[in-house]
Write a protein that binds this ligand. Structure first.
Ligand SMILES: [Zn+2]
Length: 482
């Protein structure tokens, strides 16, 4: 008997190696994880330790002495790739490769203990789908390879053989009595389980009953009570399922919560902060407590037309930013300000490592440099946001730093390229007269272009007619030379 599952990578919400150390049966793993597809994972030694390559959620469980054997690595399901780069991925599993780069291996590497005819399990990639393959019929590794070639696999790997072979593919099962070291588990995306209105699915809610509200271990009254919230408590609801909301402490009934109106924050030059958070659980939203002691200023470095704050907000919520582990708190362009994370959460923007003080203790702001935007305007709006944050958090101006401060990167690049540009930007953050700050930004732009040199004079608002004439002539000369 054979069981085969082919699951498009784009439809997989989670792909994990679940380690149970030979202590759990397949049915228990199914009940505990709720995974849609489960197959026995990699091989292990007689003493129960895993062998060949195994890395789970960033933790290396077995590598030596297997070295560079090709396996499968991934951070998120769509990354899944046959690779020897076990250091480059959070998850990695390697046993015996059967097909590499579209070519069946003539000599499959395996020990004599793995040879002969036995039940076999395998994984592979067909097109853009993950293939899981489980055969209770006895096969040699070579026969297994040939069957996977027939299935169209561009790459494939034997997982294990013999009494370990078992699976549950959405109810289609091959049973075995053996408890194995680890399992490959797949969860598929569920449109129907998504809450109907995402706006209502996340945010802050106030507990309304005077007697408070029970916290339960799961979404329903049949689950154990694990605690309670007092009346009036404001709780962060991370997700909603069938009328139950998940919080950091457990599940609560949404029937006893009322949404807390989001306070609309507006800068002193009239730009509203548009909240558009990266979804909880994304790998570029690590959560964590950011004591937000600094403000870090960046430029996006993206000069393309259309690369404005809204475009960056949508990019940050997608797979690419998650894969690159990139996040920050705000993006500012010449018209709008988007907030991507609460100020109090850690973000990955400072380039000083997951535990770096830039990432752990600062609020990251990106200024847009899109070709179809007005960069001076964007700087004025950023300075206004910095003033708002300084007022809200009680920061002094000397806590406003460049990305360069943390990692040495040339960022914010355009501001750094202007002589005195950073000091001028800080002056803008310090002031509260948008008219003046805009004038100063314009003077900086002209200075950078070589149109004028006496920066302080032109920022000073007191001009002689002859100097204005000289400026006009200098601007005309600049235009003629373009
Ligand atoms: Zn930067």
């Amino acid at each position: 008997m054979k069981a085969v599952a082919s699951i498009p990578l784009s439809e997989i919400s989670r792909l994990s190696i679940v380690v149970t150390n030979c202590r759990k049966m397949l049915a228990q793993v199914k009940a505990e994880t709720g995974a849609d597809y489960i197959i026995n994972g990699g091989m292990w030694n007689p003493d129960g330790t895993p062998c060949r390559g195994l890395k789970v959620d960033g933790k290396l469980l077995s590598a030596v002495p297997w070295g560079d054997m090709a396996g499968y690595g991934w951070d998120i399901p769509r990354d899944l790739a046959q690779t020897t780069d076990w250091q480059g991925y959070d998850n990695y599993i390697a046993t015996s490769p059967l097909i590499m780069d579209g070519k069946p291996l003539e000599h499959i590497p395996y020990d004599s203990a793995q040879g002969g005819r036995r039940p076999r399990s395998a994984m592979g990639i067909v097109g853009d789908s993950l293939l899981l393959y489980c055969s209770s019929d006895s096969l040699t590794p070579e026969q297994l390879r040939d069957q996977l070639v027939d299935r169209g696999c561009s790459s494939a790997m034997m997982l294990d053989g013999g009494g370990s072979v078992q699976c549950d593919f959405a109810g289609e099962t091959i049973q075995a009595q053996r408890m194995v070291h680890n399992w490959i588990c797949v969860w598929v995306k569920r449109e129907a389980a998504e809450p109907p209105e995402s706006e209502e699915s996340m945010g802050k809610y106030r507990v309304t009953p005077s007697i408070g509200l029970n916290i339960r271990s799961g979404p329903g009254t049949s689950y154990d009570k694990v605690g309670g919230y007092p009346c009036g408590a404001v709780v962060d609801v991370l997700s909603v399922s069938d009328g139950w909301g998940q919080t950091s402490k457990g599940w609560v009934s949404m029937a006893y919560l009322e949404p807390v109106e989001a306070i609309q924050r507006v800068t002193d030059n009239g730009i509203p902060i548009q909240v558009d958070y990266i979804a909880p659980g994304r790998k570029n939203r690590p959560g964590g407590k950011n004591p937000d002691r600094y403000i870090t200023i960046h430029e996006t470095g993206n000069f393309a037309e259309g690369a404005d704050a809204a475009a960056h907000a949508s990019w940050l919520k997608g797979d690419d930013a998650e894969k690159k582990r990139t996040s920050y708190h705000y993006t500012v362009d010449d018209r709008a300000i988007y907030q991507h994370l609460p100020d109090g959460e850690t973000a990955y923007h400072a380039g000083d490592g997951a535990d770096g003080p830039g990432n752990l203790t600062s609020i990251g702001i990106e200024i847009c440099v899109n070709a179809d935007g007005d960069f001076d305007r964007a700087k004025v709006n950023t300075a206004a946001l910095v003033r708002l944050l300084m007022a809200e958090h009680g920061f002094p101006l000397d806590k406003v730093v460049q990305h360069n401060h943390w990692s040495g990167k040339d960022c914010p690049q355009t501001i750094r390229a202007i002589p005195g540009g950073w000091e001028a930007f800080l002056d803008m953050c310090d002031g509260c007269d948008p008219e003046q700050t805009e004038l100063e930004a314009a003077v900086d732009t002209l200075a950078a272009a070589g149109v004028l040199t006496a920066v302080d004079y032109w920022k000073g608002n007191a001009y002689s007619a002859s100097n204005v004439h000289a400026l006009i002539k200098s601007m005309a000369a600049y235009v003629r030379n373009q």
